[in-house]
Design a protein around this ligand. Structure first.
Ligand SMILES: Cc1cc2nc3c(=O)[nH]c(=O)nc-3n(C[C@H](O)[C@H](O)[C@H](O)COP(=O)(O)OP(=O)(O)OC[C@H]3O[C@@H](n4cnc5c(N)ncnc54)[C@H](O)[C@@H]3O)c2cc1C
Ligand code: SF4
Length: 569
């Protein structure tokens, strides 16, 4: 369709287009603009300007109408969003409402989305771990899916590049399974977390408890000050947006940085409908966009396109990018696009109590959240009936009990003379899942959303091996808890649906062979080389680590390649 609102094709032509302004798209935009490319950053949602658009950031609990909780009516209207632990009165404006953005759940699947400039980088829990050699080798060694076309050495310098800019608090733990990075000082474990660490070190060879690594400025460096970000104040109100820029988000970091180059055009309210393809040149020429205000259809052009709309939306856009040459989706000759979608299994928890170390307590806040247990299962050799393993979060805390059951002076005394609980310890599992062909997404043939984009069908589920891995988590954690003297140990299936882990991956996987994968080792579509996918859609397998650091590193690496290809650098 001809464009009405924009003056000329020239004004709609850029060197590069990035679809999606979240964690990975923000990185693509930063790198492209820094390297001198005029870049259009398309975002379907509204603009969110750092600090200015964080309406709840400085509110006290009593200033919220419902004291921070969601209403019964909202829970009924938005059951998917409400199942996300971070969806609360102070942060709900950064989440998609269920009824406004429908999709078809062939099987139960919680698709948690943040449609605004910054995407889910405003909301994330900021846990950041590198993948290890063991993770990249995994599929080839253990014989599932296809071989990753890259190894740790390919991405290691890009992890460093991203970590230095983002700011990651962590310790150099020297573990082969969780390589060290470019760290700011880590947050310390508390007394009981440290006790658990020492016990595990003493009794369980090859198992480790470390301080969680997280994207917080524990000690800002000049590069962070230059971004306008300062020291994290340990407020732990991050999901509201942080006025200090204490944690990494696109809004606080990559997008303003890209804007400062003068090379960025940020276009909110722009739904990418599909990638445009020219059969003569065999290349993508741009992106078809629906303006959400005017509902106008506008084509934008560029030499290179980065698709970073977050895993499932990236699948959707590419499946919707049809032409005579690619009737099943751009680059989808092998019919694998949308298949082998995977996630992390977060369904298990284990809690306990501890009566020791009562001379210590935890009045302060640790933005990293406590301890992290890197996967130790099936690392050096296959030890179990199931493939791969699990990682876990671990924390300990004490609660202050105040007696508020009376009135007057008695109430005053009750409140002033609080007592402290014994220690409560808790952990949750973060298990790898094996990508399976039947776990897939596809487009509805008829039904469309209000912008004329086909609805996405999602058919993704757990499998038997997920429950084997979970039982192993319960068993191994119980033996470690017992060794540490913890009592009243309780395991819990928290009933999470797939997707609620918010680590959906795959569908446009990387691989060596165009017959069995969609992307090559540079994240280019095998069959349309000027289209790059560097969000979770590209992931061949899932490992156990929180994935966003890897998406950002892959984005930076792919931009470097794209710019060299364009011979502009
Ligand atoms: C509560 C919570 C906790 C989390 N904790 C962690 C954690 O501790 N560690 C970790 O690694 N990860 C965590 N995650 C996941 C992390 O947020 C995502 O992995 C990360 O944001 C993905 O980056 P992305 O760029 O792929 O997607 P997003 O950040 O979601 O950005 C995608 C952007 O694309 C836009 N978009 C989508 N479709 C279109 C379209 N058609 N046209 C134009 N724009 C479009 C969206 O509006 C969005 O802005 C968490 C997520 C949540 C919600
Ligand atoms: S904990 Fe740090 S990053 Fe989070 S809101 Fe507080 S100051 Fe900001």
């Amino acid at each position: 369709m001809a464009n009405i609102a924009v003056d000329s094709i020239k004004e709609r032509t850029f060197d590069a287009i990035v679809i999606g302004s979240g964690a990975s798209g923000g990185w693509a935009a930063k790198e492209l603009t820094e390297k001198g490319l005029k870049t259009l950053l398309l975002e379907r949602g509204r603009d969110v300007v750092h600090v200015k658009d964080y309406p709840t950031t400085n509110l006290y609990p009593y200033e919220f109408e419902h004291r921070g909780e969601m209403t019964h009516a909202d829970k009924l209207a938005n059951p998917i969003a409400n199942r996300c632990y971070a969806y609360k009165e102070d942060s709900q404006h950064f989440f998609v409402k269920d009824d406004e953005h429908p999709y078809v759940q062939e099987k139960d699947f919680d698709w948690i989305r943040g449609y605004q400039v910054g995407g889910k980088s405003l909301l994330w829990a900021r846990q950041t771990q590198r993948w290890s050699e063991y993770d990249f080798e995994g599929p080839a060694r253990d014989g599932f899916v296809v071989d990753w076309p890259i190894r740790y050495a390919d991405i290691a310098p890009w992890y460093s590049h991203v970590e230095r800019f983002v700011g990651i608090a962590g310790n150099r733990d020297g573990l082969a399974t969780l390589p060290d990075g470019e760290f700011l000082p880590g947050y310390p474990l508390n007394a009981v977390e440290d006790h658990f660490r020492n016990t595990v070190n003493q009794h369980f060879k090859g198992r480790h408890i470390i301080s969680a690594r997280c994207a917080h400025l524990s000690q800002p460096q000049p590069i962070h000050i230059e971004q306008g970000r300062v020291q994290c104040q340990n407020r732990k109100l991050c999901q509201r947006g942080c006025p200090f820029g204490g944690y990494f988000s696109s809004n606080a970091s990559t997008i303003p940085w890209a804007q400062k180059t003068g090379n960025l055009s940020l276009r909110p309210h722009s739904v990418a409908h599909s990638v445009l393809y020219d059969e003569d040149s065999g290349r993508a020429t741009g992106v078809k966009v629906i303006d959400t205000n005017s509902l106008e259809e506008i084509d934008f052009y560029a030499k290179v396109v980065f698709v970073n709309a977050s895993t499932l939306n990236t699948n959707l856009i590419l499946l919707n990018s049809i032409s005579n040459r690619f009737p099943e989706g751009l680059g989808n000759d092998n019919g694998l696009m949308g298949k082998f979608v995977a996630f992390h299994n977060y369904t298990a928890r284990i809690s306990a109590e501890y009566d020791g170390l009562l001379q210590y307590r935890t009045d302060g806040r640790n933005p990293a959240g406590g301890g992290y247990i890197p996967n130790f299962r099936n690392v050096m050799k296959q030890e179990t009936d199931f493939l791969r393993g699990w990682a876990a979060a671990f924390g300990a805390s004490r609660y202050e009990n105040r007696d508020s059951s009376s009135v007057g002076d008695e109430l005053k005394q009750g409140l002033l003379n609080s007592t402290w609980s014994n220690w409560r310890v808790h952990s949750h599992m973060m298990a790898e899942t094996i990508p399976k062909e039947q776990n897939r997404v596809w487009l509805d043939a008829d039904k469309k959303d209000k912008w004329g984009v086909p609805l996405l069908h999602v058919s993704v589920d757990y499998a038997d091996d997920d429950w084997q891995r979970r039982q192993d988590y319960y068993d191994r954690m119980t033996e470690m808890y017992e060794a540490a003297g913890f009592t009243n140990i309780k395991t819990q299936d928290d009933g999470r649906r797939p997707g609620n882990d918010i680590h959906e991956m795959g569908g446009v996987r990387m691989g060596h062979d165009p017959k069995t994968s969609l992307l090559n080792k540079w994240n280019q579509l095998h069959l349309c080389k000027n289209v790059y996918v560097t969000d979770g859609a590209c992931m061949t397998s899932t490992a156990t680590q929180n994935p966003t650091l890897t998406y950002m590193a892959l984005a930076a690496r792919a931009v470097d390649h794209a710019v060299k290809e364009l011979k502009i650098a």
